[in-house]
Design a protein around this ligand. Structure first.
Ligand code: XBP
Ligand code: MG
Length: 256
């Protein structure tokens, strides 16, 4: 049977549920510390998440919702970059204090993939430092080196749903799209992976379960654990997974 040579992982919502208890809390702390009368509710954040990239999301919020804002800075981009840097520090503190755990099956699959010499990389919109903080605090500092490439944030000009970050990963790793499996959680992530012609597995979460995942190869609740079954939700190749309750390297190769 054909096997995948590499796994390309999204981070937020895929490796861990980082948005509600991580990024959203960090944004609101950074806004308060900056003296901005901004506070994003979960309902509002769900809409704002349609825009990927923290800095881009803040600009979208200002333009769409016109919140109270005294433009004290000479350059809005620089001002938002400084707030975003503070937000990133807040996020890292939250992660360092154990606010975020890996989703079911993520550690199990990553360790198995390493044993079976599958190449690992990360393709994410979030900031690089957020990724290394998450990996260090969940898998240990050495786990950063398990990933040949961590393609994150501003490394590419166009964030998801653009395909830039996945195309960048393929180029840097010298891989063809058909050799790789992409792990995602959102429509923006699916569109990005599809734009790079990647086979894509979607693990939904509470923020993305109602997204349009048309064309995804497999859509599941999570990766599953021996004592906690995953549910197959759909996908163009779902029929190959009847009765499967946990996704491991061998079952995932059915998608190849
Ligand atoms: C999710 C995003 C990121 C995070 C916030 O990225 O769109 O913008 O919401 O992180 P992905 P930053 O699902 O691709 O991992 O503030 O660092 O952008
Ligand atoms: Mg994501």
């Amino acid at each position: 049977m054909n096997c995948f040579d590499a796994y390309l992982f999204d981070v937020d919502g895929t490796l861990a549920d980082t948005e509600r208890d991580g990024h959203l809390v960090a944004f609101n702390k950074a806004f308060a510390d900056a003296g901005l009368a901004w506070h994003w509710s979960i309902e509002l954040y769900l809409e704002l998440l349609t825009v990927t990239g923290g800095k881009e999301r803040m600009l979208h919020y200002l333009q769409k919702y016109d919140p109270p804002f005294e433009d004290t800075s000479t350059d809005l981009q620089d001002y938002f970059a400084s707030i975003h840097a503070a937000k990133t520090d807040q996020f890292k503190d939250l992660v360092d204090n154990g606010a975020v755990a890996l989703r079911p099956g993520v550690e199990r699959l990553i360790r198995e993939a390493r044993k079976k010499n599958r190449r690992l990389a990360i393709s994410t919109t979030t900031t690089y430092g957020n990724v290394t903080a998450l990996l260090s605090n969940t898998l240990g500092k050495e786990s950063i080196d398990w990933f040949e490439l961590i393609a994150a944030g501003d490394i590419v000009p166009n964030k998801k749903p653009a395909a830039d970050v996945y195309k960048y990963a393929l180029k840097e790793m010298g891989l063809e799209a058909e050799q790789c499996l992409a792990f995602e959680d959102s429509r923006n992530g699916l569109l990005s992976a599809q734009g790079a012609n990647l086979t894509t597995l979607i693990t939904v979460n509470s923020f993305t379960h109602d997204h349009d995942f048309s064309g995804a190869d497999l859509i599941v609740s999570d990766l599953g654990e021996p004592d906690s079954s995953m549910q197959v939700i759909g996908g163009t190749q779902a029929a190959k997974f009847d009765g499967v309750t946990m996704l491991d390297v061998d079952t995932l190769d059915r998608l190849r």
